[in-house]
Design a protein around this ligand. Structure first.
Ligand code: FMN
Length: 222
């Protein structure tokens, strides 16, 4: 891929093409069911390009992405992760039929999303410290910046008329994901983002008021 990918892949849904930033921030939602309609490669490139512009510690960009769209790859990954999850759910003492239903839903969700974007941490370019405390802070910064990169990606997808869902499942079986996809073992899978055209509008989650979130606010008049 060339170094520069235009941000402005043509919106695939004109109704969102001219949305303001505020409308995009408020409009982005987690979608868990998608249409079968394929996602254009240009749109996938545009959302990855948006991620590329996120802030990162020392500007090192400690994130890598894998784009999965083949049915066979998605099914293989879903099955491998389901096996790992089954082990954890059984450890929690959940009834077999509940486990089976949850695994089925999760596998369907992965297989039915037109595109999966696996987001991994890549820590090899970060600073190395002699003490564990600063090293842990370095890793935390990398994780924080992965969140920033993914938020860019989610917002860009929404602007283009697409929707996304964030799945944390890879966090619980990173080695399974790396082995199944034959990835560099230095990659640390963090999340799977499902990408596609929403099959239905999801129920929105309420937000806490700002008063509950801001613990101290010094205003100009104070
Ligand atoms: C780090 C992180 C992990 C998440 N993991 C999951 C997940 O595994 N499955 C899921 O359905 N949603 C997951 N979500 C989505 C949240 O449930 C969702 O963002 C939240 O309920 C607010 O809804 P909204 O995104 O529609 O505004 C995750 C979100 C974040 C930021």
């Amino acid at each position: 891929m060339s170094d520069y990918v235009p941000f402005d892949a043509a919106p695939t849904d004109e109704s969102r093409a001219a949305l303001s930033l505020d409308a995009i921030l408020r409009g982005r939602r987690s979608v868990r069911r998608f249409q079968a309609r394929p996602v254009p490669d240009a749109a996938v490139a545009a959302v990855l390009e948006a991620a590329r512009w996120a802030p990162s510690p020392h500007g090192r960009m400690p994130w890598r992405f894998a784009v999965l769209r083949r049915a066979e790859t998605k099914a293989r990954l879903a099955a491998a992760m389901a096996a790992a999850w089954q082990h954890n759910l059984a450890m929690d003492g959940q009834p077999a039929e509940v486990i089976a239903a949850r695994l089925r839903r999760s596998q369907q969700r992965l297989q039915n999303a037109p595109v999966l974007i696996l987001a991994c941490l890549y820590l090899n370019d970060l600073d190395v410290y002699p003490d564990a405390e600063r090293q842990a802070a370095e890793t935390t910064m990398a994780i924080q910046s992965l969140g920033a990169a993914l938020q860019n990606l989610l917002l860009k997808a929404y602007q283009l008329g697409l929707d996304t869902g964030w799945m944390c499942a890879p966090l619980f079986c990173p080695q399974v994901v790396v082995a199944t996809l034959d990835l560099d073992p230095d990659l640390l899978p963090q999340a799977l983002i499902t990408l596609g055209y929403a099959a239905a509008d999801p129920k929105r989650r309420e937000r806490l008021p700002l008063d509950a979130l801001v613990v101290r606010w010094e205003r100009t008049a104070d």
